[in-house]
Each structure stands twice: as C-alpha cells, then as structure tokens.
Design a protein around this ligand. Structure first.
Ligand SMILES: *Cc1c(COP(=O)(O)O)cnc(C)c1O
Length: 384
C-alpha cells in the first residue's frame, strides 16, 4: 500500500479514564449472568488512521457512541472488518488470550482484501493489553466464561465517492460472555441453505468482514424457522461441496482415525479454532484431510459407519457437536444423537489449554494482564 507507515514504531496509548465506570457491585451482577454481547466494559480502544499520517491517536477512552458523518464510507459501502477472540481468567487470577498473533495476521489479510490499512501485529496485541489493563476486572471467572474481545476497523471518511477510504478507525470493545452452552454441551442441528451462498470465487469469503455476515442473515433466519441453530453453505461456484457455516468451520470424524474438514479454498474463513483442532488431531496421531467434501459423502458416510461424528467450531462455541443436517425434504443424521466422544475430548483439550488447566505445549497463550496485577481486579480465582 502506498500509505504513510508509522507502524514501524510501536504506538503509545493515551488513557482517558471513564468518569462513570460501573461500581464493583454493579459489575458483579452483570458478570454473574453476562449472556453474550449485551454488556460492554467501561472503556474501549480507539486508533485513527489517515492516508497522510498513518496510524496515530492511539487511545484508551470511555466506552461510548462513535461520531460518524452520515456520509461515512462504511455506512454506504461496508468497508469494514473485524476480529473475535477471548480473554480467559486462569485459576490464579491471571488473564490470558489464545493465539492473538493469528487474529492480528488475519485482520491484516482482511484489511488487504477490503482495501483498509494494516495494523501491525504488535500494535494489535498491545491494544488488547491496554484494554485489559483498565478493564481486567470485567473478565469473569466462573467455568467456561470469558471476556469476548471485538477489534474492528471501519472506513470513516466523509465521502460518497467509490474508492478506498482515506480515513479509518480501529476500535476494540469487550463484552463479558457466559458459557456458550449454559446447560452443558448439547448437539445442534444445522440447516443446509440450497438457495443462498455466503461467498463466491474471488469474493470476500476468506476475509472477516461484516458484509459476509449481512449476506448470511436471511439464510440464518431460515435455519431458525426450521428449528436449526446454524446455517451451512455449499461452495458458491458448483454448489456441490461444503464450505462452512455463517460463522463456524465444520469437521467430520471417521472411524479410520481420520479427521477431515473442507480445504481453504479461498471462500472459507480461516478459523483459528479450525487450525488448532487440526494440530491437536495431528498431535494425537490422527490422519488429517483438508479437501472438498460433498453432502453425499456425509450422508453415505453416516450410513456406512465411516463417518462417526460431525462438529462445528469457532471462538464463541469452541466446538459444537452436530446431530443432524436438515434441508428442504431431507434430514441427514439423527436430531437426538448424542455428542461424539472425540468431539468432546478435543473440546476438553482445547478449553483446558485456554483456561490454563493443562500445559500450553504449542505456546498458544499470551498473557494480557501485567504480572502482579491479579489482586487488583475481580477476585483472583473466585468461583474458578
Ligand atoms: C470467525 C469465523 C469463523 C471462526 O473463526 P475462529 O478464528 O475459529 O473464531 C469461521 N467462519 C467464519 C465465517 C467466521 O467469521
């Protein structure tokens, strides 16, 4: 990109503390039952970018509305990207996140595809640490809870011409999240969309951008109407093989000690959970296949007993077992099927790493809080 590059120097963040941060008692009420994406911490990160000055104005500011001109490019042409990762409180009270450099690099790839400026990996990770330094008390400690962190970047130049925005904002907000499966991990049914695709060849399928989600909302609604939790998309070009869900990747476990998932064809989002599961499967000596997989292979595999388990994965749910695939006129699998054994064991291994319950043998964890600061926030180890 022909842009001023100030990012060779690490950004220095300026803090403006909130004057109406929630009291501890109020925060504890929220953390006792946070739900998902409903409550936000007291502060947020804001960094500006202009074509003249590159990244500048890195700041930690009170959480609150953004001021956008009605002509801001993002509102018209959807020049927007985002990330999603979690902060986990370990039993000793310390706060960690999982493979944040992968989120940083993916944000850079998404930025490239959406003609947005790239933020350095170091600045990305520092932005997370800065938010945790002030809002670390918002990381809950009950089992399977976390603080969901949402970095995002928007085009905010006031200009209706169609070209990449010369003014951009990067923000990070955070929201405490309860256990994804409140009543224990339960298999879900998913809906096969035969009418809609989420991505096409050369499109934005591999970028984490809001536009992809906008396109998935109508088929997602169709899924709900058929009693399904998620929607599965086929590849847009041939409609013959499986791509992914609206916001999760998919895996199949076979009876011959093999795990398989659709290959990264350019239309699939490169999930960090997906990549971590492939590594864990390899560590266990399983064969791993990344290739095109058809619906017929799924159906026939279940009938012959070759496919024994199906699951979907992403940061929010980690892993959700899939009981059945439904579509107009057919169901594959059994809606009442129990969760697969390997599905649950990989899920346990991944969450055990994330919560620091077993050794982090691949160096996947990054500490977000300052060592020694654990006494300052919400009760060290309380309820863990
Ligand atoms: C974010 C996302 C995923 C999952 O990625 P993780 O890094 O595992 O959270 C899968 N598919 C889509 C479309 C996504 O946006």
């Amino acid at each position: 990109m022909t842009i001023a590059d100030t990012t060779t120097f690490p950004l220095r963040f300026e803090l403006t503390p909130s004057t109406d941060a929630r009291e501890e008692a109020e925060r504890e009420v929220i953390l006792a039952d946070p739900g998902f994406g409903q409550h936000f911490t007291d502060h947020m990160i804001s960094i500006d970018w202009t074509i003249q000055d590159g990244w500048h104005n890195a700041s930690v500011v009170p959480y609150g509305p953004l001021q956008l001109d009605p002509s801001a490019a993002v509102l018209h042409y959807a020049q927007e990207i985002f990330e999603g990762l979690k902060a986990y409180r370990h039993e000793d009270g310390s706060i960690w996140t999982f493979r944040p450099e992968e989120n940083a690099k993916r944000l850079q790839r998404s930025a490239h595809r959406l003609a947005l400026p790239e933020l350095s990996v170091d600045d990305f990770i520092e932005s997370l640490k800065q938010l945790i330094a002030i809002d670390g008390a918002w990381v809950p400690s009950a089992p399977e809870t976390s603080l969901y962190i949402r970095p995002f970047m928007i085009a905010n130049e006031s200009f209706l011409g169609v070209r990449p925005s010369q003014k951009v904002g990067y923000y990070v907000i955070a929201s405490p999240a309860g256990a994804y499966f409140s009543g224990g991990v339960a298999p879900i049914s998913i809906w096969l969309s035969t009418e809609y695709s989420r991505a096409g060849r050369g499109g934005t399928g591999a970028a984490k951008c809001g536009g992809n989600y906008a396109a998935s909302l109508l088929p997602q609604q169709e899924a709900y109407e058929h009693g399904c939790a998620q929607v599965l998309f086929l590849d847009g070009e041939t409609g013959s093989h499986i791509d992914e869900l609206g916001g999760m990747n998919i895996f199949f476990v076979r009876s011959d000690n093999t795990i398989m998932t659709p290959r990264l064809s350019g239309t699939i989002l490169e999930g960090i959970t997906r990549d971590s599961i492939l590594q864990i499967a390899r560590d266990r000596g399983m064969e791993v296949e990344e290739r095109d997989i058809t619906i017929d292979e799924w159906r026939e595999g279940l009938e012959s007993g070759l496919i024994t388990e199906v699951f979907v994965c992403g940061t929010a749910a980690v892993i959700a077992p899939v009981a059945a695939l439904k579509s107009d006129g057919f169901t594959i699998g059994d809606e009442n099927a129990a969760a697969g054994e390997l599905t649950m064991s990989i899920r346990k291994e991944l969450t055990d790493i994330q919560y620091g319950r077993i050794p982090d043998r691949h160096g996947w964890l990054t500490r977000l809080d300052e060592p020694g600061a654990e006494g300052a926030g919400a009760g060290a180890g309380a309820g863990a």
